[in-house]
Design a binder for this molecule. Sequence first.
Ligand code: KG4
Ligand code: ZN
Length: 339
Amino acid sequence: MATILAIESSCDETSAAVCKDGKMLSNIIATQQVHQKYGGVVPELASRAHQQHIIPVVEEALCSAKVNKKEIDAVAFTRGPGLLGSLLVGTSFAKAFTLARNIPLIEVNHMQAHILAHFIPSDKDPEWTAPEFPFLCLTVSGGHTQVVIVKDYFDMEIIGQTMDDAAGEAFDKTAKILDLPYPGGPLIDKYAKEGNPNAFQFPEPQIPGFDFSFSGLKTSILYFVRDKQKIDPEFLQKNMADICASVQHRIITILLGKVKKAAKQYGIKSIAIAGGVSANSGLRSALREMAEKQGWKVFIPEFQYCTDNAGMIAIAGYYKFLNKDFVGQDIAPLARMPF
Ligand code: KG4
Ligand code: ZN
């Protein structure tokens, strides 16, 4: 029996969750609005906002879980990777809480947690099952793009990753070129629903193995928009849906092309997606379609567990609790944190 309080503060979401014996009782996420007018996350403002949000968010997580802080058996927190100033807020809070209550402290790797979100039982889907090991996971977020072979809860091998921009960055930087506010991913997703994915052709980079590159795509979109605007200054407004659909289509074909290749080479038929970009409706439906043709079983997280959330930290913390994998008060956050 274990009740875990989890804290996530790696980027611009302050989140707290309570999980009891692997079941999620609450998952509260406060998204920081302060970055919108700057077109991206401002690290100094992010850590200040975490400071303001952390106590109310934890209180709400406990309250909505109907759990008293005295019932908490351990605290799990995101140690990295992420913005150091932001991570420090969550780390300090977790250390103080466990010190005051004399309970164990558990460090969690944010990227592993995105993948372990697949082990959170769903309240919404009666057919929910957790993936069986080994499975292949495409982890796509604002800072990372990875193809991972998941052999066990904490035994994961990255076989491919981005050499430059992450998939989420490709969405966000495209949105910036299109004069859309930050974060652009969800907006491109929205416009793409009304557009033709084959209206414009953007290049697919030829990268060996399972690695990715998105910086060439970004440059080609920049030149494409600039050239079209020279002929028609209203090109963007008139073609927003088609541009978004075409860019999104290209990002998806790049991602799923590598997944298909990896699944074939490793003979794995259980395929999962994780991270903020796994909320993309085009990616979700394209993966389902590909799975049908390839005979794969696919695992797509609930929306609330796609983008940054403490629920995924709680489930990772729960499995570490079962292993008695605890850390001491001398632990420090890490901006870069390999598996
Ligand atoms: O995992 P996440 O919340 O934070 C990081 O760990 O980076 O991912 C954030 C990224 C952002 O780049 C955001 O634009 C993207 O996920 N994103 C989306 C969608 N929702 C969030 N990208 C495409 N379509 C979406 N619906
Ligand atoms: Zn993330």
